[in-house]
Design a protein around this ligand. Sequence first.
Ligand code: ATP
Ligand code: MG
Length: 456
Amino acid sequence: MPRFLSSRPDSRLIPLPWEVPLADWPIDYLVALPRGISRHVVRFIKVGNSVYAAKEVLEELAIHEFRMLTDLHRTKTPAVEPLAVVTGRLDRHGEPLDPVLVTRHLEFSLPYRSLFAQGVRPDTVGRLLDAMVVLLARLHLVGFLWGDVSLSNILFRRDAGEFAAYLVDAETAEMHEALTAGQREHDLTIATTNLYGEFSDLEAGRMLDDSLDPLKLVESILTRYRELWAELTGVEEFSDQEVFRIENRVRRLNALGFDVAELSMETSTDGSVIRIQPKVVDAGHHTRRLLRLTGLDVEEHQARRLLNDLDTFRARTNQGHVDESVVAHQWLTECFQPVVTAVPPELRGKRESAQIYHEVLDYRWYASQRENREVPLLDATHGYIHDVLRALPDEAMTDTRAIGEDRQLSNPFDPSQGFVDDDGPMPVDPWEVDEEEVATPGFLDIEALRAAKKPR
Ligand SMILES: Nc1ncnc2c1ncn2[C@@H]1O[C@H](COP(=O)(O)OP(=O)(O)OP(=O)(O)O)[C@@H](O)[C@H]1O
Ligand SMILES: [Mg+2]
């Protein structure tokens, strides 16, 4: 009789065929979704209307990973959500089977190999690295030493024009009160080694743009990380004539998506020198603000975009003097909801609602430029649905069996194994299909932020 370790028991897990090794589960229980390369057997399983990820792994590791993911969940750090560990499994002959760690499938997410399969534009690679660096810094801020930083252990979701990175593999992780500089360097060393290998591999498979060099890419991770870390935690010293620098620091952190929960401030005995250092910073500055105002819970860059739109709405409707939460409610019912409900139900699996809203705003901007007039939001929505959304593949759950219609996957439940005939491109990348996009500098451009926030 298997045992279920879980903080929120799900009785629908009980009738599953735990006496069968995961690799042999009948396909009625499985969903074919893209996933990254892994040492363990990982399958996506159907549980009622939900999809869970199941990984067969040694007991000690399963329980350790379950606890690590639970800690991350508690600290609201982006990672897959742990649901249960199933232990005490015996096969039909009474022989023990390894336990299974069950996590919730992260909807609208993709492993990096699916992303790179059809060629990723060079600036997209920079955005993925920014997302990874932010994830690493967030993990380090909560005292999480990852130990196995790699692209295979990250899932990416669209986040307006950027990406959000989620941790997917916590087997080797350790949680500490706080990390030392040496521990953080350890993770960075692992990150650079693993990513160098992964980028070289993509290069060998002709999936990396010619203009990109694996070595330069991994070096840029180090600079990006160190700049971000210095911004998040570094000491700043200035004279009492420059107190505006406190405000500047907070604003720069906000622009990077962080709130300062605790700022230590010291002054020299004569009061002429001020020293500040953020002690506690929380990620999700814009996400929290949008949640408070509208109840929408979205990714950080999406939240920023939606808040900008809310500000524009407020100005356009001349409501500068009206309470912000009142205007936010109006914006929700007059702008956001009509766009989301205009999307026919069969197209809802293509993008998350907040992402659709963001893309409609982009579409409207282009349409207005083209037509030299302010295109109404709902007209833009219908145009977007017709011209863009219909043509896009589903992202909520990309069924890999639908991908290579004329080519056969070696194993539809493990697309990371590639196709039976191993030449030609890998499975389609739903994230790079004919998307009109202007190249803009990444948001993690800290030099630009510092320059922008200097008083004139
Ligand atoms: N909850 C989830 N949602 C979406 N995808 C998932 C989830 N859990 C696992 N995956 C997919 O399965 C892949 C393998 O998972 P994981 O990295 O945990 O396996 P592993 O065998 O421990 O890997 P490693 O070889 O790095 O030890 C991931 O790269 C990811 O694509
Ligand atoms: Mg892994």
